[in-house]
Design a protein around this ligand. Structure first.
Ligand SMILES: *[C@@H]1O[C@H](CO)[C@@H](O)[C@H](O)[C@H]1NC(C)=O
Ligand SMILES: *[C@@H]1O[C@H](CO)[C@@H](O)[C@H](O)[C@H]1NC(C)=O
Ligand SMILES: *[C@@H]1O[C@H](CO)[C@@H](O)[C@H](O)[C@H]1NC(C)=O
Ligand SMILES: *[C@@H]1O[C@H](CO)[C@@H](O)[C@H](O)[C@H]1NC(C)=O
Length: 389
């Protein structure tokens, strides 16, 4: 604490930054109550496979940030036990199907997706080095999940891992669901091949889904490689948010390994593709400081879910890549943050949000939306930095 104060005084003397940092920190403190409500509403809601993993990632960033890929040394134990994340990971493993997909077995249903289960993969693998009493349990589950996406899931004509199990399709969502886990597995096991696979998958998905939209290059939602036709050509806010969230995590994961210099061109491409999405989506920001559900090809109602996810990405890139991303990203992120946190209900639920099961209508509750809220608050907190008030 003394050291933090000293640094703050030093930065005040040198840059006059203390006052601004301090008021931002007080604003953050004043929003912790609503952030905790967003967290508990997330945990209270029923979750699909992709939301199980997304919830685990959101809670990891909020509760145990040192183990998220944005932490300084995330791939080894620092002796802390990431309880809430491992609780979510445990449920994902208990519901793992025999083919390796996490979070599947609920009633008699498998969810038809090849990549969604892998969204919990990183949280499961985290267990292997933070919960030694269950090392093999976590490790075996993570290996089975990795094996499924690398060796069992269908591939498209370009070698991309299909988002679906029974057909060959690209979904923008898949970039978050599958590829950060492949990169994370590569980082934890020091395997450069896996880091490259994660990058290549992002690249192949972008090549398949990128469109010239009215506000810049953005991603269409779903393309079928079997029929060579779009299934959803709309520029969907959450689809673009998934792609940006996923590519950012792959870039940052690679950067935290010893391969960061060798793979600098891959990291540069990933961050430029994240920038492309932020530029196009933020150019579509509406007068209520939220982005529309769809920019083209669907309804344009305001969507707090994709807005919060994109704001989280903006805070992260502004902190990690300040030369490439500056105030022109954090200014819209702050507007979104105020709109989203200011409009959460008395149950801690973000609104208005897209229905995650029907992308053309407004929903009442979505776990992914709550997780995006937590990611946004966590990224904002880390952007402000350790200012002691
Ligand atoms: C890296 O991972 C791949 C895929 O699991 C595996 O085939 C390969 O043997 C690993 N390489 C090393 C050096 O461990
Ligand atoms: C980065 O992207 C450019 C443009 O798409 C491409 O030409 C280049 O090969 C990519 N670099 C790597 C390392 O993949
Ligand atoms: C707050 O949410 C309500 C209900 O979805 C919506 O009608 C209103 O426009 C939202 N306001 C803002 C500022 O987002
Ligand atoms: C999805 O929402 C739209 C718009 O509210 C509605 O017309 C449609 O019937 C819904 N689709 C399903 C499958 O529920």
């Amino acid at each position: 604490m003394r050291q933090t104060l000293a640094v703050s005084i030093w930065s005040f003397l040198c840059f006059g930054a203390y006052a601004a940092g301090s008021s931002e920190a007080s604003l953050y403190q004043s929003k912790l109550g609503v952030a905790n409500m967003i967290r508990s509403a997330m945990l209270a809601s029923i979750r699909t496979s992709w939301e199980q993993g997304t919830a685990a990632a959101g809670i990891l960033e909020f509760d145990d940030p040192e183990y998220s890929v944005f932490g300084s040394c995330p791939f080894v134990s620092d002796e802390k036990f990431p309880l809430s994340t491992l609780q979510l990971a445990y449920s994902a493993v208990v519901r793992q199907s025999s083919d390796g997909r996490l979070s599947q077995e609920i009633d008699d249903a498998l969810d038809g997706a090849a990549l969604d289960g892998a969204s919990a993969g990183s949280a499961v693998l985290l267990g292997s080095f933070t919960d030694s009493s269950r090392h093999d349990y976590w490790w075996d589950a993570a290996v089975a999940q990795l094996n499924f996406i690398l060796n069992v899931a269908p591939r498209t004509s370009t070698g991309a891992i299909s988002h679906r199990v029974d057909s060959r399709q690209y979904w923008a969502d898949g970039v978050y669901m599958g590829f950060p886990f492949i990169a994370y597995f590569g980082a934890v096991t020091n395997n450069a091949t896996l880091l490259q696979v994660a990058y290549d998958q992002c690249r192949l998905y972008r090549d398949a889904l990128i469109l010239d939209g009215p506000t810049g290059k953005l991603w269409g939602h779903i393309y079928s490689d079997d029929t060579k036709e779009w299934i959803d050509e709309g520029i969907w806010g959450t689809g673009n948010a998934w792609a940006a969230l996923g590519m950012l995590r792959v870039a940052v994961t690679i950067q935290k390994t010893e391969y960061c210099t060798d793979m600098a061109p891959q990291i540069a491409n990933l961050t430029s593709w994240v920038k492309e999405i932020l530029d196009g989506e933020f150019a579509a920001l509406m007068s209520d400081d939220l982005v529309p559900d769809y920019i083209t090809g669907g309804p344009s109602f305001s969507d707090a879910a994709s807005s919060a996810a994109l704001a989280s990405v903006a805070y992260r890139v502004a902190q990690i890549y300040p030369q490439q991303f500056g105030a022109s990203y954090t200014v819209p992120a702050a507007k979104i943050r105020d709109a989203v946190l200011g409009n959460a209900t008395n149950l801690g639920i973000l609104q208005p949000i897209v229905d995650p099961l029907n992308w053309t209508q407004v929903g009442l509750l979505s776990t992914e939306s709550q997780a995006f809220g937590l990611m946004m608050v966590s990224a904002w907190r880390d952007f402000i930095g350790p200012v002691d008030i």
